[in-house]
Design a protein around this ligand. Structure first.
Ligand SMILES: [Ca+2]
Length: 261
């Protein structure tokens, strides 16, 4: 029992230390981008996962609306290999009038040094089993999911293949479309975006949070917790931490007695 409480307290501390808290006054390299029509994106306290002070709120109002939030880097978030971690949470508000299969999309921006090609690999719920439950925070572990390609070029094109995994792309999967880019495990991930809109009829209301991108390279990646202020543990969390630390102290005290004896 004590062991579990100590583990719980330590796990909480580790979680808090791992994620970067991104607030409106400390954006940590994140910014709103591609905001068009009635689209909006901002860190607010409208939607909050348990124990959080806020999240990234999105809204649209008709087909021309769009809004993204981007974290771009000068270097790299890692290479396109599949031994890392890739996840984010979203919330779809039933008060919205957009189609029920629509939810914030997740985009990895890539640049391939060998071919000098760039574009997006894009994860969307609808191509990954769907099953959106409205008015509920949903955690999406998308590392093994399907990503479609938006290939930049003249012209930029959508490669209309919707069941290709990152591992497939990394192993050089290509399609007859001459504009499809051939990627590899050395293709660099240079940014991440979460966004809504562009051709979505009706009005979308919802949010995203806990954007975690790590391809296993130390010192790279991003793990963002969008908050309106400092994270204050809830009373129940405090109680658990105090119990945990107390238990840890008791164990240490017993150890000291054991050594003394
Ligand atoms: Ca948050």
């Amino acid at each position: 029992m004590l062991k579990y409480m100590i583990a719980g307290a330590l796990a909480l501390a580790a979680t808090a230390a791992h994620a970067t808290v991104v607030t409106p006054s400390d954006l940590q390299g994140w910014s709103a981008i591609n905001v068009a029509g009635a689209g909006t994106v901002a860190i607010t306290d409208t939607y909050k996962p348990a124990g959080h002070t806020g999240s990234l709120e999105f809204s649209t109002g008709g087909g021309s609306s769009k809004a993204d939030f981007r974290h771009a880097v000068n270097g790299s978030l890692g290479d396109l290999i599949s031994n890392g971690a890739l996840s984010f949470d979203f919330y779809v508000d039933s008060a919205g009038t957009a189609a029920s299969h629509l939810a914030p999309a997740f985009r990895l921006a890539y640049y391939d040094e060998l071919t000098q090609k760039s574009g997006y690999l894009i994860w969307e719920s609808v191509y990954n089993g769907g099953g959106i439950v409205e008015d509920t925070w949903m955690s999406n572990n998308i590392l093994g999911g399907n990503f479609w390609m938006r290939a930049f070029g003249a012209p930029s094109v959508t490669i209309e293949k919707y069941s290709v995994t990152l591992a497939d792309w990394a192993s050089g999967t290509s399609f007859a479309n001459p504009n499809s880019h051939v990627l590899s495990a050395a293709t660099r991930i240079i940014g991440v975006e979460v966004g809504v809109g562009s051709g979505w009829a009706g009005a979308f209301k919802g949010a995203a949070d806990n954007v975690n991108v790590s391809f296993g390279t130390a010192g790279q990646g991003v793990n963002a917790n969008f908050e309106v202020g400092a994270v204050v543990p809830e009373p129940a969390t405090w109680a658990m931490m105090i119990l945990g630390f107390g238990a840890a102290g008791a164990v240490l005290r017993r150890r000291r007695f054991a050594v003394a004896a």
